[in-house]
Write a protein that binds this ligand. Structure first.
Ligand code: NAP
Length: 285
């Protein structure tokens, strides 16, 4: 089975295997990394390996991952697409708090631009915070309209949504063009199955966060067995499965380790035979 390597995000073509920078901040995504040089090395290795899609936010740290990205990668490669997200802020103890007012969203876009050293953000996701842990219903009209105004001012080229319900995606698409949706989704967490397919039909990228399970990476006997049979690691199988799941899925696995980064990027070459795909269906069940 031939798996498409690229997908269009906004109006840019990106490799479907990208990198998520959240793990580069300190413990709890708060404060500086334990090993700054190691964090810079991961970013440089990602670009050297052909990654051209990096996911970040100024609320990682806060400011830390964006400043690391700038230090490691600026001046940026022409084909690099950096995607950020706004809509939250961090409390004094690292709490994740909503930050949706037009003033807060404007400030967040300017913080991202300054810390990344850019004049315009390629893609900005509006991260919905009605429930920090997962999508919850409620109108997104006010914050999305505020973000669309920042787009009209030329600070943002494309808009995406994160942590949203299908109803909020539909509402958002009625307000402005949406180029990507970033929700939790992986081999074991498939609530968005129908949404993935709907967005694929409309050419909109679906970017799963926690593709490896997040802070507690996926553990499953079926996953381990398939990995062992294929001579791969469970994380590689989890990523290869996502690449096969739908051509609009873009991957942003996070890691603070160059070894894990290499392992994850190699998942693009992993073939999953039909019997492996069948065995993996059981992971979600
Ligand atoms: N929109 C949102 O609300 C939202 C929420 C969460 C995350 N995100 C984005 O999504 C990206 C991905 O999510 P994530 O980083 O939280 O979770 P993830 O990619 O599912 O998993 C990251 C975890 O897996 C470990 N890991 C990575 N590669 C591994 C490997 N080959 N073998 C073993 N362990 C491995 C990492 O530890 P090591 O550092 O030790 O490798 C880390 O603990 C983030 O970087 C962020 O950009 C968005």
């Amino acid at each position: 089975m031939t798996i498409p390597r690229n997908f269009t995000l906004g109006d840019r073509t990106v490799d479907r295997l990208g990198y998520g920078a959240m793990q580069l901040a300190g413990p709890g995504v708060f404060g500086p990394p334990k090993d700054r040089d190691a964090a810079l090395a991961v970013l440089r290795e990602a670009i050297a390996s052909g990654v051209n899609h990096i996911d970040t936010s100024d609320f990682y740290g806060p400011h830390v991952t964006n400043q690391l990205i700038r230090e490691a990668l600026s001046p940026y490669a022409k084909d690099l697409v950096i995607v950020t997200k706004i809509g939250a802020r961090r409390g004094d103890k690292g709490e994740w708090l909503p930050a949706y007012s037009a003033a807060e969203l404007t400030q967040a876009v300017h913080d991202n631009l300054r810390n990344l050293g850019r004049d315009v953000m390629e893609v900005v996701n509006l991260r919905i915070m009605f429930d920090v842990h997962g999508p919850a219903e409620g109108s997104i009209e006010a914050p999305l309209t505020a973000l669309a105004e920042l787009q009209q001012q030329g600070l943002v080229r494309h808009i995406g949504l994160s942590n949203v319900t299908p109803a909020q995606v539909a509402q958002g698409r009625g307000i402005c063009s949406i180029v990507c949706v970033q929700n939790q989704y992986n081999l074991a967490h498939r609530k968005d199955d129908a949404l993935v397919d709907e967005l694929a039909r409309d050419g909109i990228a679906y970017v799963p966060f926690f593709p490896l399970g997040g802070f507690s990476p996926l553990q499953s006997a079926a996953l381990s067995e398939v990995a062992q049979r294929l001579g791969a690691t469970p994380m590689q199988v989890a990523l290869a499965w996502l690449l096969r799941r739908s051509p609009n899925i873009l991957l942003i696995p996070g890691t603070s380790s160059v070894g894990h980064l290499r392992e994850n990027l190699a998942a693009a070459e992993l073939d999953l035979p039909a019997e492996a795909l069948q065995a993996l269906e059981g992971v979600a069940a």
